[in-house]
Write a protein that binds this ligand. Sequence first.
Ligand SMILES: *Cc1c(COP(=O)(O)O)cnc(C)c1O
Length: 360
Amino acid sequence: MTKIYNFAAGPAVLPEAVLQQVQAELLDWHGSGMSVMEMSHRGKEFMSIAAEAEADLRELMAIPAGYKVLFLQGGASAQFGMIPMNLLRGKKSADYLNTGEWSKKAIGEAKKFCEVNVVATSADKNFSYAPTQDQWKLNADAAYVHYTSNETIGGVEMFWTPNVGAVPLVADMSSHILSRPVDVAKHALIYAGAQKNIGPAGLTIVIVRDDLIGETVAGTPSMYDYKIHAENESMYNTPPTFAIYVAGLVFKWLKANGGLAAMEKTNTTKANMLYDYLDGTSFFNCPTAKENRSRMNIPFTLKDEALDEAFLKGAKDQGLLQLKGHRSVGGMRASIYNAMPIEGVRVLVEYMKEFEKNNS
Ligand SMILES: *Cc1c(COP(=O)(O)O)cnc(C)c1O
């Protein structure tokens, strides 16, 4: 098999050990004679898979009692609408921090349900940083405060948790959940699509405080009501069974590899390898503010964009795939999630050095 490193933003690289286990168990899960894909979601085998996945996630993230963990579908994009539908609870407005493309999408959906107060924005510098809280204009009447803790496209990560007092704090952690420990208790709701740093596409994880569910806006369909999913232990309808199973294996892989504190250490090492090189050359440029440099998604541009195509082609020839950046930033983006080995980043940096030498 050709050795490649996959730097895609999502769906993205998965741990090789997990894929091997999936392969080994694909036709016959634990002597059941069938694939997880073929199992009833209400049978005891799959119920045990789902329960173990939830227990492992609770342990990894140290999720306190008083929070529901929901395994849903519809992606983080469905959450953009479900959050106002469930959390407005009679209020007329919500606060949103705008740090980039995903914040804007979340704001757009919320506007269908309520007044949106943008507490601060980094639009002035093409969303290359996150405004610090002293620049926010919070509204005491807001139903909740929403922020995107890692903007996947701009590569802007927030390394601090906003302090919003008694107002519920909501975080879109899609592209860096499980990359380091976070204080769940400071949040009212955390959500993430699985296909970045968790598992296959099709699963969305929602962690929500118990007291916030049960009061939806009129007309909310059952599928968009957290309470219905919570009461049915995420089995109100058929859940994404195979994606839950693979995510569960990823949780076990994380536990076996030291949990989130160990992940943070490795992720910091990997990100610094790339940022240190970018800082030491004028051939490449990293647009992100130093204090917000994401450890998961690293955008960079070539000084001469006429070389972009040659850079990508040369990278592909070396097995370094999916490095093309998002059109709103241009250039390149290396997504280096938990499952990206250090070796992959080392090979990338070597290639960049070589490319610089040959094109300067
Ligand atoms: C990818 C992404 C989304 C959208 O996720 P879907 O699962 O495709 O709906 C939302 N927010 C962030 C931060 C993302 O990275």
